[in-house]
Every structure is written in C-alpha cells, then in structure tokens.
Design a protein around this ligand. Sequence first.
Ligand code: FE2
Ligand code: FE2
Length: 184
Amino acid sequence: MAYTHAALDPALKLKQPGPLTRIAESLGLNILAKPEQPDILDRLHAEHEIFKTMLDDIIKATTAARRSALFRNFKRLLTKHARAEEKVVYDRLTAKRANEDKLIGFEGNVEHELADALLLRASKLGNKLSPEWTATIKVLKEMLTHHIREEEGDVFGKVREHFKHAERDAMGLEFEAMKKQIRA
Ligand SMILES: [Fe+2]
Ligand SMILES: [Fe+2]
C-alpha cells in the first residue's frame, strides 16, 4: 500500500473538490463548498489509522528489503507524530493544575518512551526476517494499539474538555508545522 502525502494530510484531501462539492457549488451551496478544516483530533486520528495499517504491512512483508523500507518510513512518520503530539497536546495537559490532567499527559509521555525503545530495538536488529525482529514489531503493534485506544479515549476527552473548537483548529495547524520542523 502506498502512503501518499494526501493520506497523511486530511486537510489536503478536504481541499480537493469532489463531484458533490462541484454540484453544491453550481447550486450556490457554500456549506459543502467550504468544508471544515480538520482539527487536532481529526489529524491525530487519521494518522493513528495509517500507523496501524503500516504495521500490518510490515509484518506481512516477506522480504528483508521490503520490511526494511516499510519500517524506515514508519519509524520516521511515527517519530514526527509523537514529538509533535508531545509538544502540542501532552505539554498542554501536564501544564494544567489538576493532577488528573497531568497524569494523562505524563502517561502518554511514558508510553511514547516505550515506543521509542522498541523502534530503536527494531532498528538495531540486523535480520529483519528473524523471529526476534518480528516479535519486536508485534510487541510494538500491541503497545501502540493500547496507546492509541487510551489516547483517543482519555486524551481526546481532555482536549475536548479544555480547548474550544477554534483552539483545536489552531492546535491542528501547530501540529502540522511542528512535524515539518522535526528531523526524524
Ligand atoms: Fe497519537
Ligand atoms: Fe501518542
């Protein structure tokens, strides 16, 4: 499966007018012609879905070269996602006064550190077809599935509670800008 830039940027997809948008435009219906921008939660969710698919593709790949190439791409994108998410979302939660907010932010940070350790482990293992490498990726997948479930529950809930729509839109743009700055 190809992971295009558009697939990683929901805003890009929304900007491309489809047949319905064109019909709406011809009828003068501006609501459909100007769809809402994705906010931070839409953007994070879209990337989470892509990460799950990428991990499945890595496990399914049958040659070392293919596994290596898919893994390198996955590692780069996940690292950018995680670093930007920490700055834009987790830092805002750990800065809150309530311990409940801090706890959710720090829990995310700890899980990111564990994911980083597994990414490093997989990078260092030379033979990408070995049972040890496959086991590392499988554990990474289990860990990330758990992390994403909690993030889309607890973290997303706190973001909705504390940040209004306009702020969530701004956080989405900040997330995109941050990813471009991060070297991974
Ligand atoms: Fe995330
Ligand atoms: Fe995360």
